[in-house]
Design a protein around this ligand. Structure first.
Ligand code: SF4
Ligand code: SF4
Ligand code: FES
Length: 237
């Protein structure tokens, strides 16, 4: 049986890579490899996953230098000369080994006012939103985000400016800007118009290239740039 040589980050921000040899199997994912190491070679290895099918977003790590969902990444796609290097996501504090602290990431969703705010009560009827309306189409294109952090970890501007809200929070804000039921858009546009908001994006596209859900945060951020400019010209923000 052939083997895979795997370097795995151990420790917190201060740490080192540790080498493991893992049996190579057919249709093996990177998450399978990490799970084998934890179950068979070193039970102290910390990592995170839940669904194993690309729904929860909790298994994202840096694999051979690139942020990915490990449960949906086959070893065949990424192994170079029988080697893998697995590290935690970039731009987030490391709790231990492959586990990052996502607090900053989700705090930025809150700063971008990424929560729906409506005006209707349970006694009002359902809002009917046509699937063909332009706003609904724009919201649909961005709404499948599962908050995995792959785009955030891949964004060069987050690396230079840790205060930058980042592609996921801004993408979420854009879905709500296009939600005709939401009543918080003036405050939302103000929240994303500042120095750490949409105008800080340099359109490098790394987020869009790497999002496993084929979402384009770059397009969402471009939409926010237009919407904040229009609101500023009208004196609304
Ligand atoms: S936009 Fe894509 S890469 Fe970014 S958090 Fe959402 S699903 Fe993950
Ligand atoms: S397009 Fe903007 S948000 Fe996306 S990676 Fe580039 S700078 Fe970051
Ligand atoms: S374990 Fe849920 S997305 Fe990978």
């Amino acid at each position: 049986m052939s083997t895979l040589r795997v370097s795995v980050w151990r420790g917190t921000g201060e740490g080192r890579f540790q080498e493991f040899e893992v049996p190579r199997l057919e249709s093996q994912t990177v998450l399978d490899v990490i799970t084998y190491i934890q179950r068979a070679l070193d039970s102290t290895l910390a990592y995170r996953f839940a669904c194993r099918v690309g729904m929860c977003g909790s298994c994202a790590m840096t694999v051979n230098g690139r942020a990915r969902w490990t449960c949906r990444t086959h070893v065949d796609q990424v192994a170079e000369d029988g080697r893998l290097e697995v590290a935690p996501l970039n731009h987030l504090p490391v709790v231990r080994d492959l586990v990052t602290d996502m607090t900053v990431f989700f705090d930025k969703w809150a700063r971008a006012r990424g929560r729906f705010k409506g005006a209707k009560s349970r006694r009002d009827g359902f809002e009917r939103v046509s699937p063909d309306s332009p706003a609904r189409r724009l919201a649909d294109a961005a709404i499948e985000c599962i908050g995995c952090g792959v785009c955030y970890s891949s964004c060069e501007v987050v690396a230079w400016n840790p205060d930058y809200l980042g592609p996921a929070a801004l993408n979420r804000a854009w879905t709500l800007v296009n939600d005709v039921r939401d009543t918080d858009n003036r405050a939302r546009l103000s929240a994303v118009a500042g120095d750490a908001g949409c105008h800080a994006c340099h359109t490098h596209m790394s987020c869009t290239e790497r999002c496993p859900k084929q979402i384009s945060p770059t397009a969402s951020i471009a939409g926010l740039k237009r919407a904040t400019m229009a609101a500023a010209i009208k004196g609304e923000i």
